[in-house]
Design a protein around this ligand. Sequence first.
Ligand code: SF4
Ligand code: SF4
Length: 460
Amino acid sequence: MAKFLLTAVDARTEKVVPLLYDNMDSSLTDLQGRSVVRTVDVSLRAPTVDAPVTSRETPLGKTSPRILKISLGLSCNYACEYCSQRFVARNVETSPDDISRFLESLDTWVLNPPDAVEFWGGEPLVYIKTLRPLAQALREKFPAARFSVITNGSLLNREINQWLDDLGFTVSISHDGPGQHVRGPDPLDDPQSRAAILELYRTLAPKGRFSFNAMLNRENQSRAAIQAFFVDLTGDPDVLIGEGGFVDAYDAGGISQSLRPEEFHSFRRQAFHDIRHGKAGRISSVRDRVMSFVNSLRFERPASSLGQKCGMDRLDSIAVDLKGNVLTCQNVSAAALAPNGESHRIGHTSHLGEVVLKTATHWSHRAECPGCPMLQICKGACMFLQGPLWEASCENAYSDALPIFAAGIEFLAGLVPVHIEGELREDRKDIFGFSEKSAATQGPNPQPARKPFPVPVVSG
Ligand code: SF4
Ligand code: SF4
């Protein structure tokens, strides 16, 4: 159990209020233990289910998939700066010839129609000669499944757009908005791909099947600027922006795009300001994570029900290549090793019962996560990272989660937490950079602060 004493500020009266937060049972109370959240009555809650817990020593397997992720290969026509796949060892490339064997084998391991089929690259449209017959055959086999693809958009054209629409694809374009130049080439600079991207937007967005997926990094910190970029690009104030979290550090490029300690507070103030003023309301990682955290408090969600953030520790989420290799996730190859030395090829579809996910570490097996106040929002960062890359990703994730945490508590209780006291690293306690005014130093009956706490604001 990890309990934390929060110093919170009433944004209207500037009164300082202490709160107790427990990341294991998601309770938020005053010092007398009375909930400050209107929780949902226990009789109205669905029973919670413990999440699967995997580690190298106690690896889990896979079952017939509900989410089927098909890796076409890791080739890409771009070479982006912090791509999670940049230094992943390449497998032997798959080809259209692999499709028939893959399709023939499906009935032996996909025992029920999956809810969703995701087609992954590299850049998936580099593999269009494979993607077309594969997706068409799967659409006939699984007519109700959601199909999705994430592309850099550079290879779209009118004819591919029509095909994607006809097959019912949801399409996401990876683009960092005003920070795209940091990531890599910009398909919007090319008149043909720009026209194709916008045409696809006009076709699929009204059907709820299009998003621009953007990531934050130290040179692209403002969600407000990202949202404004895509509203301006599309002319649509309701444009959907997928992802929107801070990058994980998969390699040196990811580390160089991670926040420096001197940037933590300014980033958190900026992010909180953007959320609080509705400037990030179209960004899914903000909306989804604020609502998920709010619901964790309303339903007092136990930490035991938390899987990893990407869901690839679930038994019924599976990533495969066309040769039938089962992979840790869609961002790796059968030829690559995980940082813990285990192969990312965790088995083969012909022997699904023998698959073992030895590459991943559930948050409950990390030294840091069970005692982290951001656990309910972060859910442990990337499950296969280790060492300095995991540590850098954890730092990014902590700063990324804090504004969500503050916004969720303000939404429910009208109080903005500004300081966290408890068994956590000293440099993680001060949320926005106002620590010297912490009520945690005032004992159990804190007085209103002599100088009011500044509720975090930034200009702009
Ligand atoms: S911020 Fe770091 S310690 Fe906290 S839950 Fe995420 S990965 Fe774990
Ligand atoms: S394990 Fe999850 S978070 Fe890590 S790279 Fe794969 S999908 Fe992304």
